[in-house]
Design a protein around this ligand. Structure first.
Ligand code: GTP
Ligand code: IMP
Ligand code: MG
Length: 339
């Protein structure tokens, strides 16, 4: 039985939503716990022909036997959470949700400060979701915690205790990171980063699981790179080139147009090293190569295979999941071959 952490390899939007949904639907973990910063995230999930945009609910919600948890390190905006309960009614998300009493709470003032700050909104290009000011108040030890919010009372659960008990009982626990390696407050392109570290060690701490309990770290990369907001982007291509290659993208949370660039091997190597990656999931391979909906490795072109093998050789980490389309079926799963 396995405790896995999934992390973003670059500047977020690597397709974590699709990978998490595939892995949880396939591996059926007992607990799916959200780590990461908070509702600045936007994960896209396509399941049974329907599309969902999630900011706090774990993307693994489609596995309806799992308990869904939000770890102590994650900022919670109760309004965002409750609106997701409405949108995901048929998956019984509300009934399965557990929120750690130690989660810090985002309020209107945090969002106002995020949106009205010249530094955050303009220079950094923040999402305006209030996460930066909320983490700042958390560091100042002035912010309210989930245990003090009556509307959250029925969801309050010691997430760390639940995860550790599950691990001790030999159950599968899946920890979902958000954002991406290059947005880390420590390791990213400071100051153009988010308000917290976004690597596997912090995601483990977010849900209260110690490093010795973690078995797998899955680092997700897109076959090309996207970045929203300001800051350096060494492999960026022009908007015209992105358009001519059919690679335009828009953000889930803010609707902003994403900057697009080529795969960055140096970034991938550093991301794998600092995350301690044991596996790589590679998404949107079909948008770079002609392989839409392919489900067998053997059916990929020599050029596509060379791209994948190059990533494995350079990072020293096996590419175990290859995503060739938004649907869960559009996945090449090489994990069985490694066992
Ligand atoms: P994270 O923020 O990392 O969770 O990524 P995301 O899920 O937010 O990704 P994004 O918002 O960029 O959405 C990607 C879009 O592409 C969604 O509509 C996904 O369903 C879809 N998608 C995911 N993987 C693939 C893939 O392998 N190929 C294609 N063509 N689309 C994909
Ligand atoms: P903040 O996290 O809202 O403060 O935004 C800081 C920077 O991180 C901005 O450049 C945002 O665009 C970026 N960012 C934060 N969360 C995400 C995410 O989930 N995907 C992509 N970019 C993000
Ligand atoms: Mg996203």
């Amino acid at each position: 039985m396995t405790c896995s952490i999934l992390v973003g390899g670059a500047w977020g939007d690597e397709g974590k939503g699709k990978c998490i949904t595939y892995l949880c639907d396939n591996d059926k973990p007992q607990i799916i716990a959200r780590a990461g910063v908070g509702p600045n995230a936007g994960h896209s999930v396509e399941f049974n022909g329907e599309k969902y945009g999630l900011r706090l609910t774990p993307s693994g919600f489609v596995h309806t036997d799992a308990k869904l948890m939000i770890g102590a390190g994650v900022l919670v905006n109760p309004d965002v959470l409750f609106s997701e309960f409405e949108n995901l009614k048929k998956y019984n998300v509300k009934e399965r949700m557990c929120v750690d009493p130690r989660c810090a709470i985002i309020n209107e003032d945090h969002m106002d400060r995020d949106k009205s700050s010249e530094h955050l909104a303009k220079k950094i290009g923040s999402t305006g979701s209030g996460c930066g000011p909320a983490n700042s108040d958390r560091v100042m030890r002035t912010i309210d915690l989930a245990k003090d919010v009556p509307e959250l009372e029925e969801y309050i659960t010691d997430v760390s205790l639940a995860c550790n008990e599950a691990i001790d009982n030999g159950e599968n626990v899946f920890i979902e990171g958000s954002q991406g390696f290059a947005l880390s407050l420590y390791y990213g392109s400071y100051p153009y980063v988010t308000s917290k570290d976004t690597t596997a060690s912090t995601f483990a701490a977010d849900v209260g699981v110690g490093p010795t309990k973690v078995d797998e770290v899955i680092d997700v990369f897109k076959a090309y790179i996207s970045r929203v907001g300001e800051g350096p982007f060494p492999t960026e291509m022009t908007q015209e080139e992105a358009e001519s290659r059919g690679l335009e993208e828009y953000g889930v949370v803010t609707g902003r147009r994403r900057r697009i660039g080529y795969f960055d091997m140096e970034l991938a190597k550093e991301s794998c090293r600092i995350n301690g990656a044991t596996q790589i999931a590679l998404t949107c391979v079909d948008r770079l190569f002609d392989c839409a909906r392919v489900q067998n490795y053997d059916e990929l072109s020599a050029e596509t295979k060379a791209f994948i093998e190059d990533i494995q050789t350079e990072t020293g980490v096996p590419v175990t999941i290859i995503s060739t389309g938004p649907d869960l079926k559009d996945t090449i799963d090489l994990r069985k071959e490694l066992l």
